[in-house]
Write a protein that binds this ligand. Structure first.
Ligand SMILES: Cc1ncc(COP(=O)(O)O)c(C=O)c1O
Length: 392
């Protein structure tokens, strides 16, 4: 063989040794050779388990998907290139055989509102927003809109409302609709939507599950009824997370319960401290006994774990005063995203909900003096110290 041929083929396509790697390797191959054409035929036809093409699936992704499926107690998962693609995949699968109509929570991440209004609505899906924490209002909206799908967040971004997923799932089932729950803020440590009757649980992997600020990704966890349709759609479209990101995400997920417990504990301390500060007008925290959804939180979340996000309004502040306060932070990172090991503060009017009109934000209750703090795993006294000096 000449050097060109040797360089291309030598060393490749050897089966790994009989020993099993302790952690899942990063498989970057875009295609897989079969032992024979017959075997490849069976794998293409999904009669035999195996890999043939990286747009369909990939062993590194499959390991991450199995990990998240087990945490969520679902049937199967699809790891995607972003949380938004994961949400789009869940909605597209939910609506495939149903009425092209969505009833969505009126409290959602800004880009999710954008997906509904700027992508789905122009393509012929009717969209209606309602307060899903008000079950009577939801029932009325579902009765009128007869949706194919209900969309909600387990803990809403950024005002931290908590709908009763199990009761909402009943309303969805009675109406023949699928329930999609974006559980990014809650994580499977607090709530597992599929156990409560939801059809899909969606996460931005970018946040708590990966947790180190180095992965952009998302995941849809599905029930048994929708899983094949979800995978088939993915085989056609190819929204998959890359293998390197899957590896990083899987590594992050291993410590997510440890991190989340610490973040939740930090949030309780910081929220309590903020509530006593004269320059803070109002604190939004799911552990607050006065929270409007306190009964649902007590019923659905495990004792002592309330989530690790705290939003608050700075007293008598407009945008310039909020900017000055945030510019004064020395440790807490001024950046978008959440759920990382480091504490981060974001100004929703400027970032997560920027694309919405000021009127829309006002309707959602997102005021110009509202900031959102994602608790990290640092010492709570250091987080409080930084807030104290910046508020001062
Ligand atoms: C609740 C929620 N869902 C979905 C997303 C989208 O995730 P990604 O940025 O990974 O696409 C975000 C991002 O901030 C979010 O906060």
């Amino acid at each position: 063989m000449n050097a060109h041929t040797i360089a291309v083929h030598a060393g490749d396509r050897k089966k790994a040794a009989a020993q099993i790697p302790v952690t899942t390797p990063i498989y970057t191959a875009s295609s897989y050779a079969g032992e024979s054409m017959e075997q490849l035929d069976r794998i293409f036809g999904r009669e035999e388990e195996g890999y043939c093409y990286a747009r369909y699936d990939n062993p590194t992704n499959a390991a991450l998907e199995a990990q998240v499926t087990a945490l969520e107690n679902g049937h199967g998962a699809l790891a995607c290139a972003s949380g938004m693609v994961a949400l789009q995949m869940a909605l597209a699968t939910a609506l495939a055989d149903r009425r092209k109509s969505v009833v969505a929570a009126d409290a959602l991440y800004g880009a999710s509102v954008g997906l509904l209004m700027n992508v789905l609505e122009p393509s012929g899906v009717s969209v209606r927003f309602v307060d899903v924490c008000d079950l009577e209002a939801l029932r009325a909206a579902v009765g009128e809109a007869r949706p194919g799908c209900i969309l909600m967040e387990a803990i809403s971004n950024p005002l931290l409302r908590v709908g009763q997923i199990d009761r909402i799932a009943e309303i969805a089932r009675e109406a023949g609709a699928a329930l999609v729950v974006d559980s990014t803020f809650a994580t499977p440590l607090l709530v597992r939507p599929l156990e409560l009757g939801a059809h899909f649980s969606v996460h931005s992997l970018t946040k708590y599950l990966s947790g180190h600020g180095d992965v952009l990704g998302g995941v849809v966890v599905s029930d048994v009824e929708h899983y094949d349709a979800l995978r088939s759609l993915a085989r056609t479209i190819g929204p998959l997370l890359g293998p390197f990101e899957s590896y990083l995400a899987m590594r992050g997920v291993k410590t997510f319960p440890l991190r989340m417990e610490r973040q939740c504990a930090n949030a309780r301390q910081v929220a309590a401290w903020l509530g006593t500060h004269g320059r803070v007008e109002r604190v939004y925290f799911t552990g607050d006994p006065q929270h409007p959804d306190a009964a649902a939180i007590r019923r659905l979340f495990p004792p002592g774990l309330f989530g690790a996000m705290v939003s608050f309004e700075v007293r008598d502040a407009g945008t310039p005063e909020v900017f000055r306060f945030m510019d004064g932070l020395k440790m807490i990172v001024r950046a978008t995203s959440l759920g990382d090991v480091h504490s981060m503060m974001l100004y929703p009017a400027m970032s997560s909900h920027r694309e919405l009109s000021p009127k829309h934000r006002e309707r959602m209750g997102i005021r110009d003096n509202l900031v959102r703090l994602s608790m990290g795993i640092e010492g709570p006294e250091d987080i409080i110290g930084d807030l104290a000096q910046a508020l001062g």
